[in-house]
Design a protein around this ligand. Structure first.
Ligand SMILES: Nc1ncnc2c1ncn2[C@@H]1O[C@H](COP(=O)(O)OP(=O)(O)OP(=O)(O)O)[C@@H](O)[C@H]1O
Ligand SMILES: [Mg+2]
Length: 270
């Protein structure tokens, strides 16, 4: 290993992570009415790990994220073309059950949005409607397990029947992550999940993301390049609706290929 150059090590890492993509997008375009917001985006998102989407405001990061669980379907003017598969299944297949898809592709938003229900119910809701627990005892185990994975259990174990909205912002966001992982999704989408949190709560969520990457495919949109560098193994840079370049996070931040990426990471625009 000592004999290897940094470049060789990086190439091996890149080859390994590209070998088993979880999400594959090809020539994805999104229009809001006549206006094109995404231009032929193609990318492979590896299983197990964190991919960061970065780029200036309005470049299409959220738009692309919403393609992956078909949240754009809820916007009447929005039209998506191209192809996206998750584990080789075409998620725009008209036969596909969108409710099932959204269980497989969880989402965590910028602003924590727990249901106005108890902490327990926030996590139990998804498994219950998808029939994932056979008994009340099973459900209790699943709720505890999800809260533990979200590193929230110790803080809430004595108040499971209090409202989720009574938690602090950082705790609410970890509750939303527990809710997302309770249904064992294939993919977790996070759109600026820390931007409403203070630095301590942010650090906890980042640690959590780092643990979850061993078991999930996570895509995170972030405006913080430090955050992208800390939590992701791969990074994709978007600019004006185009995916400019994608690669190992270290490469994108230290040795990008494209001038636009270089300008963005050195703070020249955005
Ligand atoms: N619901 C919508 N209706 C019409 N246009 C939209 C809609 N949502 C986004 N757009 C447009 O699509 C483009 C991409 O927006 P998007 O929200 O995906 O960018 P973003 O990269 O997530 O930006 P930010 O970093 O500010 O969140 C922008 O020009 C935006 O104005
Ligand atoms: Mg956005």
């Amino acid at each position: 290993m000592d004999m290897m150059t940094a470049h060789q090590t990086r190439s091996l890492t890149e080859a390994a992570s590209a070998a088993n993509p979880k999400v594959v997008a090809r020539e994805v375009e999104v229009y809001y009415g006549e206006k094109r917001a995404l231009n032929k985006v193609s990318v492979d998102v590896p299983d197990r790990g964190v991919m960061a989407f970065i780029g200036p405001s309005g470049c299409g990061k959220s738009t692309f994220l919403r393609c992956i669980n078909r949240m754009n379907d809820t916007i009447s003017t929005c039209r998506v073309t191209g192809k996206i598969t998750i584990e080789d299944q075409d998620i725009y297949d008209p036969e596909l059950d969108v409710v099932q898809l959204r269980a497989r592709v969880g989402m965590v938003f910028q602003k924590p949005n727990p249901f106005p229900k108890s902490i327990f119910e926030n996590v139990a809701y998804g498994p219950r409607i998808h029939g994932l627990a056979k008994s009340k005892a099973d459900l209790e185990v699943l709720v505890q397990d999800s809260l533990q994975k979200a590193s929230l259990w110790n803080e809430v174990k004595d108040r499971l029947h209090e409202s989720g909205t009574g938690l602090s912002g950082g705790q609410q966001q970890r509750l939303c992550i527990a809710r997302a992982i309770a249904v064992s999704p294939d993919v977790i989408l996070m759109d600026e999940p820390c931007s409403a949190l203070d630095p301590i709560a942010t650090a906890r969520v980042e640690e959590l993301i780092d643990e979850l990457r061993n078991n999930f495919c996570i895509i995170i949109v972030t405006h913080s390049m430090q955050q992208a560098a800390r939590v992701s193994q791969r990074t994709a840079f978007f600019h004006l609706g185009t995916l400019v370049e994608e690669g190992a996070t270290q490469t994108i931040f230290t040795n990008p290929t494209d001038q636009r990426t270089q300008d963005y990471i050195t703070g020249r625009f955005g």
